[in-house]
Design a protein around this ligand. Sequence first.
Ligand SMILES: Nc1ncnc2c1ncn2[C@@H]1O[C@H](COP(=O)(O)OP(=O)(O)OP(=O)(O)O)[C@@H](O)[C@H]1O
Ligand SMILES: [Mg+2]
Length: 462
Amino acid sequence: MKAGLTRRMLIASGLLALVISAAFAVLLASVADLRASERSARHSEEVVAAANRLERLVVDVEAGERGFLATGQDSRLELWRNGQAALPDQAAELQRLVADNPEQLGMARQIETDATSYIRDYSTPLIETAMRDLGAARSQAASSEGARRIDAIRAEFDRLVGAEHEQAVAGQHRSGAAGRQAIAAAATGLAGSVVLIVVFTGYLSRVVIGPVRRVAAMADRLAGGDLGARLPERSVGEIGVLERSFNTMARSLQANRDELAASRTRIVAAADQARRRIERDLHDGVQQQLVSLALELRAVEASSPPELSAPLAGAIDALVGATDDLRELSRGIHPAILSEGGLPAALRALARRSAVPVELTVEVPERLPEQVEVAVYYVVSEALTNAAKHAEASVVHVEVRKHDGRLHLSVHDDGIGGATAEHGSGLIGLIDRVEALDGTVDIASPVGEGTTLVADLPIEEP
Ligand SMILES: Nc1ncnc2c1ncn2[C@@H]1O[C@H](COP(=O)(O)OP(=O)(O)OP(=O)(O)O)[C@@H](O)[C@H]1O
Ligand SMILES: [Mg+2]
């Protein structure tokens, strides 16, 4: 089964969320890396500063010691003493700072041990000697022991600071890499999201907006009466179901309409046939019998005694009158003249018999398909009868023309107007008759402005 639109939508949104969250995850990780690198760089600076301060104390001790040896002044011992006093705390501070790095911690401890040893085993005995005998102390100091020890301690400081520098440089590299990674992640996330959104929007417009527009256009055509309209059934999911349902609906509407039109046509044709049969039965049967009866009576009248000739003549006149009435009646039921003389002749006969004067224009061939002739005849007949019955008109214009394979008919009277198909059976009947032939009828009858009936019928050539 094809995935529904909701599922597709969810998949697309999920994909978008995935890309964005992946980019953010990398971005966050890179930012955390950056901060860690920054912290470690700051820490290295602190270590280097603490080491420098400790080294300065060692240097102070050595400088105080030398100053005293050179001058013998007590004031120089101040520096020497202060350096010694501050040294343990500063050494502890340095060790605290490098506590998390065993190698650096070892080195810091070694520095403290060596500095303490220098003071205890070398510098203090030397100063004590100098206090007693400056010359002896000076010659003792001439040996290179003190300088060697101090150089060793300085070398240790250099190693510790060098190692810290290396760490700082490595941290800088790491933070550079993390920064580049963050930028790459942000750029990739952004580009990926844009691409996905563009693709997603294009996809939505292709599978939803386009088809919905087509469905709307088709609904419009259906509403306008074009029941032959169909949609291409190529969409997926719910839109595909919509397209198929629409087509099914249109097909069933069209089938119903065709069926309705066919049944109307059958009903009208059956009624016409019945009228024609009645007319023929009257014409060929009763009418002929009445005519023969009149002829026989005339023969009897010729040879009858004079006292019978007056009543016989009266009876014969009554019989002829009844025959005429019957002929008139049967012409209304189905106009024989239509079958015999065609539409122009039948319309002229109608116009002649109309109670309101008629201006007739007929521009059609002698013969048209029978159902068209019959329809036009009855429409004109009903319109003329209505004009006489309701319109109070002085003239009626009747025009019948054939144009572009269709028959156009208009009947206009200059009467009181106000005609409506709702009140009687005549107008409804003629609308049914014309629509059964797939034609249209339009009645315009504003009050006081007369009535115009326009009909339009397709002609199938016989
Ligand atoms: N030409 C007209 N001018 C004015 N009013 C009209 C005209 N034609 C019809 N009408 C009005 O419209 C109504 C409906 O006409 P319709 O032909 O359907 O019925 P009817 O003539 O009254 O009866 P039926 O035709 O069944 O004998 C009429 O009753 C009449 O009031
Ligand atoms: Mg009528």
